[in-house]
Design a protein around this ligand. Structure first.
Ligand code: S3P
Length: 174
């Protein structure tokens, strides 16, 4: 089994993915951490040094490397599903799960820690919400291709994890 958690920055891919993997007794990989370790640099440094286009190539290459793993929950970067054929590739090689959070929900989670995310750096809270609304509108078409769409607004991290585990156990029964 291989699960890809997809969703916008701040949707909880890592926060939910790590305990989910623990509960399922499988490995957890955060793709941003994987890339940072591989290049020994933060994502922000990689963006600055090679630019976004090259970062997207690195991301695609890393996705293909990680897809070789079995029994794993992989949380991919917020932009990963929206470039190349990455979303199709993930749907073909594993179970894709979209953590679906509204723009307002994302903005309130992302207001802290924006400096770690190059696409959000130096934005005011108002600019942040506008940016999220605009980019989410473009990205949703990719996220919505996921096999499972988990509505997260109003649910605690634990209940979101429980929803996913229920879906997984129902899938096993088919
Ligand atoms: C990005 C999301 C980030 C990281 C990079 C670009 C994006 O990952 O890959 O800053 O384009 O949405 P997280 O979703 O884990 O923050």
């Amino acid at each position: 089994m291989k699960i890809y958690l997809v969703g916008y920055m701040g949707s909880g891919k890592t926060t939910i993915g790590r305990p989910l993997a623990k509960q399922l007794e499988v490995e957890f990989v955060d793709m941003d951490h994987y890339i940072s370790d591989k290049y020994n640099k933060s994502i922000a440094e990689i963006f600055t040094e090679v630019g976004e286009d090259n970062f997207r190539k690195i991301e695609r290459e890393s996705l293909h490397e990680l897809s070789e793993k079995e029994n794993v929950v992989i949380s991919v970067g917020g932009g990963t599903p929206c470039f190349f054929d990455n979303m199709q590739f993930m749907c073909q090689t594993g179970l894709t799960i979209y953590l679906n959070v509204s723009s307002e929900g994302l903005a309130s989670r992302l207001v802290h820690g924006m400096e770690k995310r190059p696409l959000l750096a130096n934005k005011t809270p108002e600019q942040l919400l506008t940016f999220i609304k605009e980019s989410l509108a473009k990205r949703e078409q990719f996220y919505n291709k996921a096999s499972v769409n988990v509505l997260c607004d109003g649910y605690s991290d634990v209940s979101i994890r429980e929803k996913i585990v229920t879906v997984l156990s129902n899938l096993k029964r088919i």
